[in-house]
Design a protein around this ligand. Sequence first.
Ligand code: DGL
Length: 257
Amino acid sequence: MSKKQAIGFFDSGSGGLSVLAVVRKRLPGEDFIYLGDSANAPYGTKDDETVRRLVLAAVRQLADRNIKALVVACNTATGAAISALREAYDFPVLGIEPALKTAAETHTAGQILVMATPLTINSKNYRELHSRFGQHAISLPCPGLMEFVEREDLDSPDLHAYLDRLLSPFDREQLDSIVLGCTHYLFLKKALARHLMPGTRLLDSNDGLTRQLIRTLEEKNLMTDGPSEGAVTILCTGNQEKLSHLKRMWALAQDLF
Ligand code: DGL
């Protein structure tokens, strides 16, 4: 592995771009290659074994481009495949999990709601996380929600009707925080805020992940020393239309995050 190689980023679609935007602001000199497995999204309503197989097949494309580290910018793929990826590759593999620990540690009163895909919520990793930090947390599977982001629908009446249905069982005044346990949902922060009381916090895992990545690169002496701005390459397993979607979402992510 050398400092000059790129860092790979992976998600089932465009959600992980919300993570890449944050990481890149801290590491502007690095080259990044982002791969969205858009041909096979969504992952969150598939089974564990299928997702593991899809992730291993897609990540092979990034490995073939000689990356020096991999960020799995997808909670669902992390839950299903992080151990398999670490076994398969020599480069460091970092994953992302719902920020329930942060939510629990900063909780004062009220409920914590963890929004994630059904597969994340059923994963072993998440069940363990919940048993340690979930005292005040309710897990809320959101099948169908990432698809709004994939359709670039971030504010339609359909989206608001979905969110209304999803959140109607909860007393919004009692909500301390919402953990955004799927990277796609970060693009829906503004829409979600319309359904919440003003003080309700929306938590993601980006700061922790960025710190962990910087620490890993430093420890392994893999941080680039090039003074110039690094390149971002966006790839997709889907068709041209899906690739254009990823590029539009990348432009948006750089403004939003
Ligand atoms: N963006 C992904 C996550 O963080 C998953 C979306 C999906 O493919 O269902 O969980």
